[in-house]
Structure formats: C-alpha cells, structure tokens
Design a protein around this ligand. Structure first.
Ligand SMILES: *Cc1c(COP(=O)(O)O)cnc(C)c1O
Length: 401
C-alpha cells in the first residue's frame, strides 16, 4: 500500500498528469539512481533487534517482507494513486486479484452487490460463482438502465460495480449518477477503469469510491506482464491491503517495475490509441460491408455526449458488426495478415476477435442476443501501428464481402 506522493508532500502541488506519470512515486535511494530501481528481494534486514521490533510494530512503515512491503511495488502504487487522484493504492497479482481483494476487504457474508451485466467474463464468474459460495449475492443489471440499478438496491447492498466503456459494445456508465445512488444507500461504487485508464478518465473525480485496474492492459501497454491494482481513500485501501498482506495475491517487484515504466508513456500512448481508434471507427462506419460500428467517439453513438463529458478520450476498443453474420465476420478475421487474432487488448499491437465464439462463447444464444453480441460482431482493440496499415489489413476481408 502506498500513499499518493502529491498528498504526502514529496512533489510540488498541481502537477499535470503527464508529469506525475514520469515523476510520482519514486523515492531515490542512497545510490542516487535516476531511473526507478527493481528490488528483487523477499525480505529486508535490520541493524538491531530493537529496529526489527519497531518495523514489525510500525504497521505500513518500513520494509519487512515483499508480500506487503516492497519499494518497487510502492513506486508503482504511488504513481498510479497520483494519476487516479486517489489517496492510496494497493497493487495485486492480476486484475482479477484486485477485484477479489476489494470484495474480500470491504464486504462480508450477507452483503449484496449490484453489478453491470456488461463485465469482463471472469469478473462475472468471480462474483456469482465464487463469492456466491460464501454468501455474497450479486444482482446483474443493464449498464445504461438507471431504473434497473435502482430496483436492484436492497438494505443489504454494499457495493455497486461497473466497467465503462463496456466491452465490446462501448456502453457508458454514468459514474456521477451511480455514485449518487450508491451513497444514498450507504454503499460504495467501484469502477473498473481498464479501458480508459486515468489518462482518459478519473472515476474518483466523478464520485466513485474505488478504482480497479487490470495493469495487464494499457498500464503496461506492451503486453509484457499480468498485474492489477485498487485505488481509493486511505481507509478503504487499508482494508484491501490487509487482504493482500494476509491472503498473498501480491504483485512481484519485477512486474511492478514494468508497470511503473509503462505508466511513463501512458498519456502519449492513450492519445495515440484514441486517434487511431476514432479514425478507424469513422472509416469502418462509411464502409458498405459494415452494418454498425460501436464506438463512443462516434456522433452516432447513443451515449456520445455522456462519454464526451465524462472522458478525455474515447478509448481504443471498437466493435464492428459486418453484414452477413458469422461467416462474414470470420472471413474478415481470417483475411488479416497483420492484426493479431487474440482475445487480449491494451497492447501496441492491434488485436481482433469474434466475441460470439470466444470471449462470450460460454453464454447461451439468448443470453448473447440479450447482451447484443451478434454473430456478425468483431472486436478490434486498436493498437499503434500506422492507421493505413490497420485499415488495409481489414479492407482485405471487408472489400470482398
Ligand atoms: C483483463 C480484464 C480484467 C482482468 O484482468 P487480469 O489482469 O487479466 O486478471 C478485468 N477487467 C477488465 C475490464 C479486463 O479487461
């Protein structure tokens, strides 16, 4: 767990996000290193028995053991807390470990969660199957249906949880409205900020209490490591850190260093991702083989104005429905020679996938139809290759439909 360095006085006030991404969180050692070091050590030593006793007693201060105190991990935590505008952050082994640790830390048996139906598949399993076993019930509702959220609230509701923009249809959650609903019922709002990252949106500034990250995606941005994080107030993060410390889903120092260096270019990369994605979405929308494009940056998107108000950019995941159903979608995917056919996203390399038979393949046909995942839908996570090369790779399949 690491506090926000802008708030602990180690950096000047009022720095811009691009500066924090490069400067925040690094406490230089006696070696006077310029770049952030990696501390691959499981434990730390003391000058005396008395010092050891004081470090163990001094909860949260001083290095003890890398399951809960490691300087490389704390550099990443401090930097991400600063970018999200949160008081504190705890890093975890993966995005799933972040969600698990948050729920273990903040909820107990008998509590209820209201969550968006449009969540990452493993998140739905974690909440319904695994937390369900231990007496925490989750009600799933339509992301954009505020009446459904309201109707699902009970006196036991402790947590509201959503991803925005959603995957792969780019639906937008109104964070301020959800936060108002949560707080009126004495519940917390957690937002999975994987798709926007703090470079495009700070959920805490819109009223969320907790931000979840899969660092695996854009925070690294280059597809090198799996990790996650939880950001929020010091009081909430203390509870989540207690889970990580005791249950052990901690981030390794080496992965923390990768994510720290990834954050340095986050703003640059996200702006470039957004530029490429918008250009591609506009080009796809004008193509005669395309039935519909799902991207909140397009004026045709039903929630374009909400996205423009809440975000500084529209992200880089584009859903495109081609005419001709599954055969047409598969032929476009199979005609690519550059794009990677994979379910992952948040990489410099553009990826392409067919949600109905991969990420959403385990749903029944009706569930898929309800979720709007049609057979002709293709998801493109737009990377940073030259936009003309991405278009040409897709045109190979689209132009012959
Ligand atoms: C990938 C992802 C996760 C899970 O993260 P891992 O690092 O793979 O555990 C959670 N939420 C969203 C939105 C994701 O895309």
């Amino acid at each position: 767990m690491k506090d926000n360095p802008q708030q602990d006085g180690s950096l000047p006030e009022g720095l811009h996000a691009d500066t924090l991404a490069i400067r925040a969180g690094h406490r230089r050692t006696d070696e006077q290193e310029h770049s952030e070091p990696i501390f691959p050590t499981s434990s730390f030593v003391y000058a005396s028995a008395a010092e050891a006793a004081s470090k163990f007693a001094d909860d949260g201060l001083g290095n003890v053991y890398s399951r809960f105190t490691n300087p490389s991990v704390q550099t990443f935590e401090g930097r991400l807390a600063a970018l999200e505008g949160g008081e504190a952050c705890v890093a975890t082994a993966s995005g799933m470990a972040a969600i698990m640790s948050m729920v273990l830390g903040l909820l107990e048996a008998g509590d209820e969660i209201v969550a968006s139906r449009s969540l990452f598949g493993s998140t739905i399993s974690l909440l319904s199957k695994y937390f369900g076993k231990f007496g925490i019930t989750t009600h799933f509702v339509e992301l954009a249906d505020s009446e459904a959220w309201r109707a699902a609230m009970t006196p036991k509701t402790k947590l509201l949880f959503a991803e925005t923009p959603s995957n792969p249809l780019s639906e937008i959650a109104d964070i301020a409205a959800l936060s108002e609903l949560a707080h009126a019922h004495g519940a917390w709002l957690a937002i999975d900020n994987c798709f926007c990252t703090p470079a495009l949106m700070q959920p805490l500034a819109h009223g969320a209490d907790v931000v979840i990250h899969s660092a695996t995606k854009y925070l690294d941005g280059q597809g090198r490591a799996v990790g996650g994080a939880v950001v929020g107030s010091s009081a909430l993060i203390r509870e989540v850190h207690g889970v990580v410390r005791t249950c052990g889903p901690c981030m390794s120092p080496f992965n923390a260093w990768i994510f720290t260096k990834g954050l340095e270019t986050l703003g640059l990369r996200m702006r470039a991702h957004c530029d490429n994605a918008l250009a591609l979405a506009q080009w796809l929308e004008a193509h005669s083989a395309v039935a519909r494009v799902y991207y909140s940056g397009l004026a045709s998107h039903p929630q374009h104005e909400l996205a423009a108000r809440q975000q500084r950019g529209f992200g880089a995941v584009v859903g495109v429905e081609v005419k001709g159903g599954r055969d047409a979608a598969w032929s476009v995917i199979d005609a690519t020679r550059l794009l990677s056919i994979t379910g992952n996203l948040g990489d410099l390399k553009t990826t392409i996938t067919h949600p109905a038979t991969t990420t959403h393949g385990r749903l029944s046909e009706t569930q898929r139809a309800d979720a709007g995942i049609h057979e002709g839908l293709i998801r493109i996570a737009v990377g940073l290759e030259h936009i003309d090369d991405i278009k040409n790779d897709l045109a190979r399949g689209l132009d012959v439909l």
